[in-house]
Design a protein around this ligand. Structure first.
Ligand code: ADP
Ligand code: MG
Length: 155
């Protein structure tokens, strides 16, 4: 399955945290990291006052089920010392599943496509870069076949 993963960091050595997380993904047997977007420095969206983020998007190919992929991402977050103290608070690393093929998942612990991805320029900009020239659905999601897609929005 082709998936897009949002990656962000705003604590410690941000670039190093991102590099380690990407390296861990590359080392995971069931995951191929095919593309890494440019990394952007962005203002925090919501939460307490906190440092600026580095954000990017990865294109991966995986045999894992979505829930297994989430668990791999959370393991990497935990290895990098991620602590959840306040909602939308600062983090050494954040790894979110933006899309999982063209699947829609609506479970308590997993919503795909990521519900807030379309409103976040720090996601859309690197995502556009990776899926350039490809049609997207009305929800801003890459649609492989352009099936039922309404191309909308920027880029
Ligand atoms: P956020 O990324 O929203 O700032 P967290 O990284 O702390 O916050 O994630 C909170 C919860 O979001 C996780 O425990 C996870 O179960 C849930 N979640 C729901 N959908 C997704 C998704 N598409 N990708 C990653 N986490 C998700
Ligand atoms: Mg997250």
């Amino acid at each position: 399955m082709r998936c897009y993963i949002g990656i962000g960091s705003n604590l410690g050595d941000r670039q190093k945290n991102m590099d380690i997380a990407i390296q861990r993904l590359r080392e995971t047997d069931a995951i191929e990291v095919n593309k890494v977007s440019l990394i952007y420095e962005t203002e925090p969206a919501g939460g307490p006052e906190q440092p600026r983020y580095l954000n990017g998007v990865l294109e991966i190919e995986t045999d894992l089920a979505a829930i297994e992929l989430l668990s791999v991402l959370q393991d990497i977050e935990n290895q990098l010392g991620r602590e959840r103290i306040v909602k939308n608070g600062p983090r050494t690393i954040d790894l979110d599943i933006l899309t999982y093929g063209d699947h829609e998942i609506n479970e308590p612990g997993l919503k795909v496509p990521h519900p807030r991805m379309t409103e976040r320029e720090f996601v859309q900009r690197p995502l556009r870069e990776l899926i350039k020239d490809k049609p997207r659905t009305s929800r801003g999601v890459y649609s492989e076949q352009g099936r039922g897609s309404q191309v909308r929005g920027k880029g």
